[in-house]
Design a protein around this ligand. Structure first.
Ligand SMILES: [Zn+2]
Length: 196
Protein backbone atom coordinates (compact mmCIF):
# COMPACT_ATOMS: atom_id res chain seq x y z
CA UNK A 1 0.00 0.00 0.00
CA UNK A 2 1.59 3.26 -1.12
CA UNK A 3 -0.89 5.49 0.71
CA UNK A 4 0.98 7.87 3.00
CA UNK A 5 -1.85 7.94 5.56
CA UNK A 6 -1.92 4.13 5.72
CA UNK A 7 1.83 4.22 6.39
CA UNK A 8 1.24 6.70 9.21
CA UNK A 9 -1.56 4.54 10.64
CA UNK A 10 0.69 1.46 10.51
CA UNK A 11 3.53 3.36 12.19
CA UNK A 12 5.79 3.26 9.11
CA UNK A 13 5.92 7.06 9.06
CA UNK A 14 6.00 9.04 12.32
CA UNK A 15 3.18 11.45 13.10
CA UNK A 16 1.89 13.52 15.97
CA UNK A 17 -1.06 11.34 16.86
CA UNK A 18 -3.59 12.89 19.24
CA UNK A 19 -6.39 10.30 19.24
CA UNK A 20 -7.14 6.73 18.23
CA UNK A 21 -10.03 4.30 18.65
CA UNK A 22 -11.03 1.04 17.00
CA UNK A 23 -11.98 2.60 13.66
CA UNK A 24 -10.63 6.14 13.53
CA UNK A 25 -7.44 8.07 14.16
CA UNK A 26 -6.45 11.74 14.37
CA UNK A 27 -3.04 13.35 13.99
CA UNK A 28 -1.67 16.81 13.42
CA UNK A 29 -1.46 17.92 9.77
CA UNK A 30 2.25 18.00 8.86
CA UNK A 31 1.60 21.18 6.85
CA UNK A 32 -0.82 23.09 9.08
CA UNK A 33 -2.80 26.15 8.06
CA UNK A 34 -2.69 27.08 11.75
CA UNK A 35 -1.66 25.66 15.15
CA UNK A 36 -3.65 22.54 16.01
CA UNK A 37 -4.74 21.84 12.41
CA UNK A 38 -5.77 18.16 12.72
CA UNK A 39 -6.69 15.38 10.29
CA UNK A 40 -9.33 12.81 11.29
CA UNK A 41 -9.66 9.64 9.22
CA UNK A 42 -10.84 6.04 9.19
CA UNK A 43 -8.04 3.54 9.89
CA UNK A 44 -9.14 1.43 6.94
CA UNK A 45 -8.26 2.79 3.53
CA UNK A 46 -11.12 4.40 1.60
CA UNK A 47 -10.20 6.76 -1.21
CA UNK A 48 -12.97 9.29 -0.84
CA UNK A 49 -16.40 10.00 0.64
CA UNK A 50 -18.37 7.93 -1.85
CA UNK A 51 -16.16 4.89 -1.29
CA UNK A 52 -16.49 5.06 2.50
CA UNK A 53 -19.25 2.94 4.07
CA UNK A 54 -21.84 5.06 5.89
CA UNK A 55 -21.07 3.53 9.30
CA UNK A 56 -17.35 4.32 8.99
CA UNK A 57 -17.98 7.81 7.65
CA UNK A 58 -20.36 8.51 10.52
CA UNK A 59 -17.78 7.29 13.05
CA UNK A 60 -15.14 9.54 11.50
CA UNK A 61 -17.49 12.52 11.69
CA UNK A 62 -18.35 11.60 15.25
CA UNK A 63 -14.65 11.53 16.20
CA UNK A 64 -14.22 14.95 14.61
CA UNK A 65 -17.19 16.31 16.57
CA UNK A 66 -15.70 14.94 19.78
CA UNK A 67 -12.23 16.34 19.13
CA UNK A 68 -13.13 19.76 17.70
CA UNK A 69 -14.06 21.48 20.98
CA UNK A 70 -11.11 19.83 22.75
CA UNK A 71 -8.61 21.05 20.16
CA UNK A 72 -10.26 24.48 20.13
CA UNK A 73 -9.91 24.72 23.91
CA UNK A 74 -6.33 23.43 23.90
CA UNK A 75 -5.36 26.03 21.29
CA UNK A 76 -7.23 28.74 23.19
CA UNK A 77 -9.12 29.38 19.94
CA UNK A 78 -12.49 31.09 19.40
CA UNK A 79 -13.94 28.58 16.92
CA UNK A 80 -12.99 26.00 14.30
CA UNK A 81 -13.47 25.08 10.66
CA UNK A 82 -14.46 21.47 9.98
CA UNK A 83 -14.01 20.55 6.33
CA UNK A 84 -13.32 17.82 3.81
CA UNK A 85 -11.84 18.03 0.31
CA UNK A 86 -13.24 15.39 -2.05
CA UNK A 87 -11.48 14.91 -5.40
CA UNK A 88 -8.58 16.76 -7.02
CA UNK A 89 -10.83 19.61 -8.17
CA UNK A 90 -11.75 20.22 -4.52
CA UNK A 91 -8.13 20.12 -3.32
CA UNK A 92 -7.89 16.50 -2.10
CA UNK A 93 -4.19 15.64 -2.14
CA UNK A 94 -4.07 12.25 -0.36
CA UNK A 95 -6.53 9.62 -1.60
CA UNK A 96 -7.49 8.38 1.86
CA UNK A 97 -10.66 10.12 2.98
CA UNK A 98 -10.00 12.60 5.81
CA UNK A 99 -11.61 15.49 7.65
CA UNK A 100 -9.80 18.64 8.73
CA UNK A 101 -10.26 20.53 11.97
CA UNK A 102 -8.71 23.98 11.88
CA UNK A 103 -8.89 26.02 15.11
CA UNK A 104 -9.69 29.68 14.42
CA UNK A 105 -9.15 32.93 16.23
CA UNK A 106 -11.03 36.13 15.53
CA UNK A 107 -7.79 37.88 14.70
CA UNK A 108 -5.95 35.09 12.82
CA UNK A 109 -6.28 36.78 9.40
CA UNK A 110 -6.77 33.42 7.65
CA UNK A 111 -8.86 33.70 4.49
CA UNK A 112 -10.58 30.49 3.53
CA UNK A 113 -13.86 32.07 2.45
CA UNK A 114 -15.03 31.45 -1.12
CA UNK A 115 -16.07 34.27 -3.43
CA UNK A 116 -19.87 34.39 -3.59
CA UNK A 117 -22.29 35.99 -6.03
CA UNK A 118 -26.05 35.70 -6.48
CA UNK A 119 -27.58 33.43 -9.17
CA UNK A 120 -28.66 35.03 -12.43
CA UNK A 121 -32.33 35.32 -13.42
CA UNK A 122 -33.92 31.83 -13.39
CA UNK A 123 -30.57 30.09 -12.83
CA UNK A 124 -31.29 28.77 -9.30
CA UNK A 125 -34.58 27.23 -10.48
CA UNK A 126 -32.80 25.36 -13.33
CA UNK A 127 -30.07 24.09 -11.01
CA UNK A 128 -32.59 23.01 -8.38
CA UNK A 129 -34.54 21.10 -11.03
CA UNK A 130 -31.48 19.30 -12.44
CA UNK A 131 -30.48 18.15 -8.93
CA UNK A 132 -34.04 17.01 -8.16
CA UNK A 133 -34.14 15.11 -11.46
CA UNK A 134 -30.92 13.28 -10.55
CA UNK A 135 -32.30 12.42 -7.12
CA UNK A 136 -35.46 11.07 -8.70
CA UNK A 137 -33.48 8.99 -11.21
CA UNK A 138 -31.39 7.42 -8.45
CA UNK A 139 -34.53 6.67 -6.47
CA UNK A 140 -36.17 5.03 -9.49
CA UNK A 141 -33.03 2.95 -10.08
CA UNK A 142 -33.18 1.64 -6.55
CA UNK A 143 -36.91 0.95 -6.73
CA UNK A 144 -36.48 -0.97 -10.01
CA UNK A 145 -33.64 -3.05 -8.58
CA UNK A 146 -35.60 -3.83 -5.42
CA UNK A 147 -38.54 -4.97 -7.54
CA UNK A 148 -36.27 -7.19 -9.63
CA UNK A 149 -34.75 -8.71 -6.49
CA UNK A 150 -38.22 -9.44 -5.12
CA UNK A 151 -39.14 -11.19 -8.35
CA UNK A 152 -35.91 -13.12 -8.55
CA UNK A 153 -35.36 -14.11 -4.97
CA UNK A 154 -38.04 -14.05 -2.28
CA UNK A 155 -35.41 -14.07 0.48
CA UNK A 156 -33.64 -11.07 -0.98
CA UNK A 157 -30.60 -13.07 -1.97
CA UNK A 158 -29.65 -13.22 -5.59
CA UNK A 159 -26.72 -14.66 -7.44
CA UNK A 160 -23.69 -12.58 -8.24
CA UNK A 161 -24.35 -13.04 -11.94
CA UNK A 162 -27.95 -11.86 -11.58
CA UNK A 163 -26.93 -8.81 -9.56
CA UNK A 164 -24.37 -7.90 -12.18
CA UNK A 165 -26.94 -8.35 -14.91
CA UNK A 166 -29.42 -6.09 -13.06
CA UNK A 167 -26.84 -3.42 -12.48
CA UNK A 168 -25.96 -3.45 -16.15
CA UNK A 169 -29.62 -3.50 -17.15
CA UNK A 170 -30.24 -0.24 -15.33
CA UNK A 171 -27.01 1.34 -16.51
CA UNK A 172 -25.83 1.91 -12.97
CA UNK A 173 -22.74 4.03 -13.27
CA UNK A 174 -20.32 5.56 -10.83
CA UNK A 175 -21.69 9.02 -11.55
CA UNK A 176 -25.32 8.07 -11.06
CA UNK A 177 -25.05 5.95 -7.95
CA UNK A 178 -21.87 7.29 -6.44
CA UNK A 179 -20.46 3.78 -6.25
CA UNK A 180 -18.74 1.45 -8.65
CA UNK A 181 -20.56 -1.33 -10.43
CA UNK A 182 -18.58 -3.92 -8.54
CA UNK A 183 -19.42 -2.40 -5.17
CA UNK A 184 -23.05 -2.22 -6.14
CA UNK A 185 -22.97 -5.87 -7.18
CA UNK A 186 -21.54 -6.88 -3.82
CA UNK A 187 -24.08 -4.69 -2.03
CA UNK A 188 -27.01 -6.22 -3.88
CA UNK A 189 -25.77 -9.74 -3.29
CA UNK A 190 -25.24 -9.12 0.42
CA UNK A 191 -28.36 -7.07 0.93
CA UNK A 192 -31.53 -8.45 2.45
CA UNK A 193 -34.77 -7.01 1.10
CA UNK A 194 -35.72 -3.72 2.65
CA UNK A 195 -32.27 -2.69 3.80
CA UNK A 196 -31.39 -0.65 0.73
ZN1 LIG B 1 -4.69 4.84 3.03
Amino acid sequence: MSCIFCKIINGGIPSHKIYEDEDTIAFLDAYPAGAGHTLILPKAHYADVMNTPDAIFNKTMSTAKKLAPVITKAMDADGFNLFLNNGRAAGQVVDHVHLHILPRNTQDNLKIGLPQKPYGQGEAEKIKQSIINCLRENHLDREKIKEQIKQNAPQGKISCAKAFELAQLYGISHARMGESLNQLKIKIVKCQLGCF
